[in-house]
Design a protein. Structure first.
Length: 220
């Protein structure tokens, strides 16, 4: 029913406007609103401390526990999480004042795959095109083209980078036909992964992989 957090800019709009926001909401705030979940932001140092102490414990203790057990892969770390969770709850869990379960069932109208996407509202051009993330999307439709002139659409991008364009909550078929030239622009720090491609790992014979060793393989 409610989400309790600090005033991070991912949670709420702290400036005059949020990048890619919908009706003055961040993407997270918009998702919570669609699910009818109230956002409660800590408004005092004491309340913020309660939020941060659990994070600090996890960020500090969990890393050390993994190191003590020589767990360095995602698979081994995930296998250990259940043991860590049980021990963490044994030491820090507090019995609630009420045993009432306030969780609500998911409604048939709540499509999590659509709600948990990066969304942006825009208008189609006269040519039934829309620009998003350095690409131009050309809408393909059998209906008269004038019916979609300046039509409001919703662009949804999921965690896999798959883009869906919705018109009246129904997906539109499209093709991408042009990639725009890169230009100098201001990029929000939370969206750097969209603007800067991930670096490729060095090749197997790259000198970096033999740094700190002799040519015969012995450590220096």
């Amino acid at each position: 029913m409610a989400f309790y957090s600090d005033k991070h800019s991912i949670i709420r709009v702290n400036g005059t406007q949020a990048l890619g926001s919908t009706q003055g909401l961040t993407q997270f705030g918009r998702a919570m609103q669609e699910l009818d979940i109230q956002i409660i932001c800590a408004n005092s140092p004491q309340a913020k401390g309660r939020v941060e102490r659990a994070n600090q414990t996890l960020q500090d203790r969990l890393v050390k526990e993994l190191r003590l057990r020589n767990l360095s892969s995602m698979e081994s770390a995930n296998a250990y999480l259940e043991e860590f969770r049980a021990d963490f709850n044994r030491r820090f869990a507090v019995a609630p004042r009420s045993r009432h379960d306030a969780h609500r069932p998911l409604l048939p109208t709540e499509n999590l795959e659509r709600i948990f996407t990066y969304q942006r509202s825009t208008l189609l051009s006269k040519n039934l095109t829309v620009q998003y993330n350095k690409l131009i999307y050309q809408i393909q439709t059998e209906r008269p083209t004038y019916a979609l002139h300046k039509a409001p659409v919703l662009i949804c991008e999921n965690a896999k980078g798959e883009v869906t364009i919705l018109y009246k909550n129904k997906p539109l078929a499209y093709t991408t036909y042009k990639k725009l030239a890169l230009q100098s622009e201001i990029v929000d720090t939370k969206h750097l992964h969209r603007a800067i491609p991930l670096p490729k790992p060095p090749a197997a014979n790259h000198p970096w992989r033999t740094y700190g060793t002799h040519l015969n393989g012995d450590p220096i």
